[in-house]
Design a protein around this ligand. Structure first.
Ligand SMILES: Cc1ncc(COP(=O)(O)O)c(C=O)c1O
Length: 482
């Protein structure tokens, strides 16, 4: 007998669009999955620049693993621990794991703060940790303020199963997307006017997608704001160790320790994970670190739904306890991120494309393509995005999927691919810009990369190339060709 799957048989949560999969952010990934770039096997495929993964320092980890076979229960040297590790699963986590993670969290914050291992609660990546903290702090219908642009996954992680709402705090390019007190107040008021109870503010520092840190003054003003309103502050600091150039990262944990600062510590919570700083999203190591005892207690019980496997805890405990390795890894990872960032941003600058000022962290840049929009609207942004994904074959993510309040911004990830692929991407962008200029001229057939024919909808680019503000004519690459 054939059964039909009927939506009414499922829960409202299951049938809602809470996952948010229906967006350009995820569509870009699907386009990549269907036709992934490979330097030799598929050179005309889609280049994945929509994935915030950090693969630049994997060789260091592999080297460590070879030198430390005892850390894994899957080796002759470590298998004697197999029984203990296999049976252990207490929701407090292995003591050595919590100690090592607490120490690591301090280290990536420049050893300016000390984290208490007894406050470390495990979650399934930052995804699970973020949901868990929301479950602890808010009821269905309550709201969290979130400065825009923000990580698209928050719509799923914070809202879907908890039933809370997100209220955007609109930040603007005119002041470099700063999180101002005015913007916070205005979002808070807006929620109140709509009878929405605001339970907290969630910030991401360093920011995804801006690739930049929040400065000390901004953090202080945020801490003052949440204290004045008596609401929670959740700081997603999962990019803490990706800060590759000055100014240094400032964690909220530093701000609340400042002498003379009045702050209700019960309102402060940090979310962390090893997905970005170490490049281990597959290990699902997420952390809630709360200064509130009741939250630690409750989160620990809730963590039963998203524990880190004890095998992973065992390995991570050993790896992160190796001070020499950790210091070298953090240092080297920053150096490599800095040089990759330079390669991409300088390449874009040569094409007259700028990225957000002050970008010094993260695994991506926030690229400004406003001048390429046929019309200054989100429809215009999507039209451009479709050309980039379908014709230029680069998966970059449009700002609208990050709830950016202005069209024309795109997030470009740079740490999940190699230097050569970045060069291929830059060459494609260059061709794209040059061809759109060529397309201005009367009928001319355009070819690109031998077999792949491109037919750019030239009108979109006319404004950009012909604008008196267009940086393209100044580009040495363009001059070389024209
Ligand atoms: C700001 C932010 N928070 C959370 C996550 C989810 O991270 P995880 O892989 O640890 O679940 C991401 C992933 O991109 C992110 O950028």
């Amino acid at each position: 007998m054939a059964f039909k799957l009927n939506n009414q048989l499922l829960s409202k949560i299951a049938t809602s669009n809470g996952h948010g999969e229906d967006s350009a952010y995820f569509d870009g990934w699907k386009a990549y999955d269907k036709n992934p770039f490979h330097a030799t096997e598929n050179p005309n495929g889609v280049i994945q620049m929509g994935l915030a993964e950090n693969r630049l320092s994997f060789d260091l980890v592999q080297e460590w693993l070879k030198l430390n076979p005892h850390a894994s229960i899957c080796t002759a040297e470590g298998v004697h621990e197999f029984r203990d590790v296999a049976i252990f699963q207490d929701y407090h986590g292995l003591a050595e794991f919590r100690n090592a993670v607490a120490k690591f969290m301090g280290k990536v914050r420049g050893d300016k703060v000390v984290f208490d291992p007894d406050r470390i609660v495990m979650g399934g990546g930052a995804t699970g940790a973020n949901e868990m903290i929301i479950f602890c702090l808010a009821d269905p219908g309550d709201a969290f303020l979130v400065p825009t642009p923000y990580y698209p996954g928050f719509d799923r992680d914070l809202r879907w199963r908890t039933g809370i709402q997100l209220v955007p705090v609109e930040c603007e390019s005119s002041n470099n997307f700063e999180v101002t007190r005015e913007a916070l107040e205005s979002a808070y008021e807006m929620a109140q006017m709509n009878n929405i109870r605001v339970k907290g503010l969630l910030i991401t520092n360093p920011s995804n997608p801006l690739g930049r840190i929040l400065d000390r003054e901004t953090l202080k003003s945020i801490v003052d704001f949440i204290n004045d309103k008596n609401i929670h502050l959740v700081c997603d600091e999962i990019y803490a160790a990706t800060v590759f150039s000055e100014p240094d990262f400032v964690s909220v944990s530093e701000i609340i320790q400042e002498e003379g600062r009045e702050c209700n510590l019960d309102l402060i919570h940090i979310v962390y994970s090893l997905s970005k700083d170490m490049g281990f999203p597959g290990f699902r190591v997420g952390i809630v670190y709360s200064y509130n005892d009741a939250v630690v207690n409750c989160a620990r019980k809730m963590s039963s739904f998203g524990l880190v496997s004890s095998q992973t805890q065992h390995l991570i405990a050993s790896m992160l306890s190796d001070d020499e390795f950790v210091e070298r890894f953090i240092r080297e990872s920053k150096t490599r991120l800095a040089s990759r960032h330079k390669l991409l941003t300088e390449g874009l600058a040569r094409l007259g494309i700028s990225c957000l000022k002050g970008s010094n962290a993260g695994l991506f840049v926030w690229m400004n393509l406003r001048r390429l929009l046929k019309e200054q609207s989100f429809e215009g942004e999507m039209a451009l995005w479709r050309v980039i994904i379908n014709e230029v074959k680069l998966n970059v993510s449009p700002g609208s999927s990050f709830h950016c309040s202005e069209p024309g911004w795109f997030r470009v990830c740079f740490a999940n691919i190699d230097d050569e692929t970045v060069e291929v991407a830059l060459a494609r962008i260059r061709t794209f810009v040059l061809q759109s200029k060529e397309a201005k001229k009367p009928v001319k057939k355009l070819c690109w990369q031998g077999s792949l024919k491109l037919s750019f909808s030239s009108r979109i680019y006319d404004d950009f190339v012909m604008s008196p503000h267009s940086p393209i004519p100044q580009s040495p690459l363009v001059q070389a060709r024209t």
